[in-house]
Design a binder for this molecule. Structure first.
Ligand code: ZN
Length: 88
């Protein structure tokens, strides 16, 4: 399972955020419902602006709450600079 992409999401026109879409897909996969396994998963959230450059992808309160409830313990969000933001 190491280094394997198991769910991908993107912001949708219906208002669903990328994080929620990825979690929805993950929750449909019976292989990843184990709580101990969930804690090992890493979520990467990348925002790209209209110039195709990385931008800040700060989590909204709804996504953050859902990620925590889904036992994802490590999340990396993109920034416009070289700083690393880790949200737990
Ligand atoms: Zn959100």
């Amino acid at each position: 399972m190491k280094n394997k992409v198991i769910a991908v999401g993107h912001n949708r026109f219906n208002g669903e955020h990328a994080e929620m879409m990825a979690l929805r897909i993950l929750n449909h996969d019976i292989r990843y419902q184990n709580k101990k396994l969930r804690k090992k998963l890493v979520m990467y959230v990348i925002a790209v602006n209209s110039s195709n450059k990385l931008s800040m992808s700060k989590p909204c309160i709804l996504c953050h709450d859902k990620i925590v409830k889904n036992n994802i313990r490590t999340i990396y969000y993109s920034t416009t600079n070289t700083e690393c933001n880790i949200v737990r």
